[in-house]
Design a protein around this ligand. Structure first.
Ligand code: HEC
Ligand code: HEC
Ligand code: HEC
Ligand code: HEC
Ligand code: HEC
Length: 442
């Protein structure tokens, strides 16, 4: 017989070891309780237009996601790897998952109910009442009962009196935690931190107790509109307007474009506006500077500052996103004397490129590209919020006087090499976006 104290220790150990595995499941909800976004459009026309073809609207339809998901299921051995590879629908098709179909990414997704195909939508977010856990879609929902009894929509106002549905002020909606429940992703079996956007933000200077300095996710991402990137290094002016097609004007209406860094996907869905907004966001995320005082010693000193993002650059799927330095030195006859990080004719990056990313490991120190096999984070050299990263690049020789040095910080959503490994129709080329550049003549 174990003594009480030993039980207590075992229980604590059990919670510690198994906590990611024992993550609680959401209560099953009936599908017909949710209301289609098209119904909300009847009164919230401009919010609907912003959200339509946003990454949230596309989370289920995104072919990059669904083809990567299919690819990951190949060659798995451990039961925990299979469980992880099946878990994607939890966040990418959340209404489907919470109402019973699909439960796994290998289910016949063509049978996904139409409302769930619409991804992360109005009635999902505005039915959220509580955080059950801070990762892997830990929101608890209280939707109404369909269009005839739409129930209470949770939002930022404490004085809204709509006629169609009831409304309630929800502190959760004004806080970063509502976003963090999905923007922190843990491996369902091994507990590895696969995405940590919320945690990165929580550990950043933006998570300040001083209300004048505090900027939550919404403070950047729900202030952006065309021409106003609303990052940490640009103004984030209020957006006066009406929350519905017929209600009174308010000082600020939160925008619903949910633009991050992905320009390729919106373009695939003919949303040129959102693609441009992603580019605008990326162009106001980081600063570059170059110091050539060590050039005689064949050294280039480069500093990169994350001046605009409320989390690391890149964030999200940090093993897939590519942020890198392209360096090019040309002499006065335009001959290239040195280069690094220049894409080759197959659109792939050379080995020695200075990339900022996370690399997952198999638990024995070997890198893995399949996140279902990720048992550890081997390295993470992404640039944290407000961090300045100083780098020294060794050159093969001293550049001649008059040489021109050009350095660019570039972004691409996914390596071409990985996309080429995925069977089927070749992917369109993903855009390469210039985040920052410096040029200097010696
Ligand atoms: C990812 C979650 C999410 C989705 C999807 C979403 N909203 Fe919102 N919405 C929010 C949050 C969060 C706020 C409040 C932000 C704050 O107070 O900081 C908000 C605010 C609002 C408001 C108050 C007015 C304003 O914009 O400030 C309305 C109305 C609204 N949303 C309607 C909608 C409709 C209609 C849709 C679908 C077309 C939608 N929302 C989709 C999270 C979401
Ligand atoms: C018949 C018109 C109508 C429809 C349909 C409608 N709304 Fe509203 N909604 C309003 C009005 C009017 C307001 C109040 C705006 C204000 O006070 O500025 C409002 C306010 C809101 C708010 C803010 C609540 C708060 O207290 O902060 C949210 C969130 C919201 N609606 C979500 C939705 C969602 C989600 C849908 C679709 C399921 C929807 N609405 C459908 C008319 C409508
Ligand atoms: C101070 C402004 C700011 C705040 C606060 C902020 N972001 Fe961002 N976010 C940015 C900028 C700038 C980018 C583009 C650069 C990048 O990709 O990191 C971005 C990009 C993103 C991306 C796309 C990342 C990629 O490379 O694929 C996601 C997802 C995202 N943010 C989510 C969040 C969430 C969730 C929060 C809150 C926990 C948040 N952001 C807080 C400014 C901000
Ligand atoms: C139900 C889970 C969920 C919630 C809640 C959620 N997101 Fe997302 N978000 C996602 C998923 C999944 C994607 C990626 C879809 C894809 O790339 O296929 C995404 C994409 C994004 C992007 C675009 C990233 C890019 O690469 O361009 C931004 C920005 C973003 N979310 C911000 C937010 C903010 C701000 C909130 C809180 C108001 C929030 N999200 C709440 C699941 C969620
Ligand atoms: C806990 C929620 C969550 C789960 C579970 C989840 N994702 Fe995501 N996924 C996200 C968020 C949030 C983003 C957006 C981050 C960003 O833009 O970098 C995203 C983005 C992606 C992207 C980038 C899409 C693009 O168009 O560039 C891919 C690919 C992806 N996820 C694959 C998967 C696969 C495969 C699984 C299952 C093994 C999975 N995700 C499970 C939340 C989740």
């Amino acid at each position: 017989m174990l003594k009480t104290k030993e039980w207590a220790i075992l229980t604590i150990l059990g919670i510690f070891i198994y906590s990611p595995i024992r993550a609680s499941e959401p209560e099953k909800l009936e599908l017909n309780r949710f209301i289609r976004p098209a119904v909300c459009r009847d009164c919230h026309g401009s919010i609907f237009d912003q959200w339509e073809n946003s990454m949230h609207n596309l989370s289920h339809k995104d072919p990059v996601y669904s083809r990567v998901a299919k690819f990951l299921r190949r060659g798995l051995v451990h039961e925990g790897e299979v469980r992880e590879a099946e878990s994607c629908v939890k966040c990418h098709t959340p209404i489907g998952y919470m109402t019973g179909f699909p439960k796994r990414v290998s289910d016949d997704l063509s049978k996904t109910p139409e409302i769930a195909v619409q991804g992360i939508q109005c009635d999902f977010c505005h039915s959220a009442v509580k955080v059950r856990q801070m990762y892997n879609n830990g929101l608890e929902l209280e939707p109404g009962h369909g269009e005839d009894d739409p129930g209470i929509k949770q939002g930022p106002f404490d004085d809204a009196e709509p006629d169609f549905h009831e409304a309630r002020f929800s502190p959760l909606h004004t806080d970063a935690t509502i976003c963090g429940t999905c923007h922190d992703v843990k491996h369902v079996a091994f507990g590895t931190n696969l995405e940590t956007t919320y945690t990165e933000w929580a550990n950043s200077p933006y998570n300040s107790k001083d209300p004048g300095k505090r900027v939550v996710c919404q403070g950047c991402h729900m202030f952006q509109r065309p021409g106003i990137p609303a990052t940490g290094s640009t103004p984030r002016p209020e957006n006066p307007g009406s929350a519905s097609d017929y209600s009174d004007e308010r000082p600020h209406i939160f925008t619903h474009y949910f633009v991050g860094a992905n320009a390729g996907l919106p373009r695939m869905f003919q949303s040129e506006q959102k693609a441009k907004m992603a580019e605008e966001r990326l162009r106001h995320a980081a600063d570059l500077s170059l110091d050539t005082s060590g050039i005689k010693e064949k050294k280039l000193k480069i500093a990169i500052t994350n001046s605009g993002a409320g989390h690391s650059i890149p964030t999200g799927v940090g093993d897939l996103r590519q942020v890198w330095l392209e360096i090019r030195i040309q002499d006065q006859n335009n001959q290239i004397k040195f280069q690094s990080g220049v894409l080759n004719e197959k659109h792939e990056l050379p080995e020695e490129t200075l990339l900022f990313r996370t690399i997952f490991g198999d638990g024995k120190g070997n890198p893995v590209i399949n996140l279902a096999k990720a048992r550890e984070v081997l390295t993470d050299n992404r640039i944290k919020a407000k961090e300045t990263r100083n780098l020294v690049v060794d050159l093969p020789g001293v550049p001649d006087k008059g040489s021109r040095i050009r350095i660019r910080l570039l972004y691409r959503s996914m390596p071409r090499k990985l996309l080429n490994m995925i069977p089927g129709e070749p992917f369109e080329l993903l855009p390469v976006i210039e985040m920052a550049r410096v040029e200097k003549q010696l």
